[in-house]
Design a protein around this ligand. Structure first.
Ligand SMILES: [Zn+2]
Length: 264
């Protein structure tokens, strides 16, 4: 097995893909609209990745990234568009995605049902945890963090019929304690929202950063990120540091800023 020191991956973090922006999939708060991408724009991203000669891959069933330079497409929250839009667009190119599910939302309006999640897994997509209740998880006690990961991993493992070993941190509320709790709950590969390509190890759990994709992210940015160009990485790093600073001042300001900052 490759050591974490040497391993790197470009991981893109998508949310929902919708036919029209008003179409209901996933979260419905005003801030979440930023993360709902039009179907045609998402298809253009995939076409651009293909034209650049890149092929998205997935971690194996042990949560290991088998290529040293992986490109991984991830989708957070478990909105219904995972199965109605995203999976078909990926599969038509022979590709698969990683879907991270908030288990309290399974079966709610706009979200995947258990049968959809099982079907995605059967079709070769990766199913991971996005916590049980989508809390600001880094602000919880260690026991609460562990419960969030344990319970969601238990439910998802039951649905897909095999042990779930990957997770993504809701809202980017990451800390080392969050990783430790995930590791304790059996997570082997945890995705956060730090815009970096280098993987690091935390208590037996590999931690991978991700680059956020929003509704107006251009194909040029996607290809630049996938090709590990420095400029688009730097733009995301600056924007992410600003967001983290805003988060420290609490919710209202964070939402105002989140709606204003639109990194490409
Ligand atoms: Zn989320």
């Amino acid at each position: 097995m490759m050591t974490a020191m040497k391993q790197s991956a470009v991981v893109l973090c998508y949310h929902d893909v919708v036919n029209q922006v008003s179409t209901a999939s996933g979260m419905q708060s005003p801030g979440s609209l930023l993360y709902k991408m039009r179907r045609s724009d998402f298809a253009a991203h995939l076409d651009a990745i293909g034209r650049a000669g890149l092929t998205p891959t997935l971690p194996n069933t042990n949560g290991q990234l088998t290529s040293e330079n992986s490109l991984v497409l991830t989708f957070d929250d478990g909105g219904i568009s995972a199965i109605s839009e995203i999976a078909p667009l990926l599969e038509s190119r022979g590709w698969r995605g990683a879907f991270f599910i908030t288990t309290d939302w399974i079966g709610m309006p706009g979200f995947l049902h258990a049968a959809d999640i099982a079907a995605l897994a059967d079709r070769g997509h990766l199913i991971g945890s996005h916590s049980r209740s989508h809390p600001q998880i880094s602000r919880l006690s260690s026991a609460q963090m562990r419960e969030e990961w344990q319970e969601s991993i238990r439910i998802l493992s039951e649905i897909v019929g095999s042990r779930v070993v990957t997770a993504s941190v809701p809202g980017g509320f990451y800390s080392q304690q969050v990783a430790r709790a995930a590791s304790d709950a059996g997570c082997r590969l945890l995705f956060n929202s730090e815009p970096v390509v280098q993987l690091e190890e935390q208590n037996g759990c590999l931690v991978a950063g991700r680059f956020r994709v929003v509704a107006n992210t251009t194909t040029k940015t996607i290809v630049g990120l996938a090709q590990r160009r420095r400029a688009p990485q730097l733009r995301q790093q600056l924007s992410w540091e600003a967001k983290k600073a805003a988060k420290r001042f609490g919710g209202a300001l964070w939402f105002r800023l989140r709606n204003r900052l639109r990194p490409n």
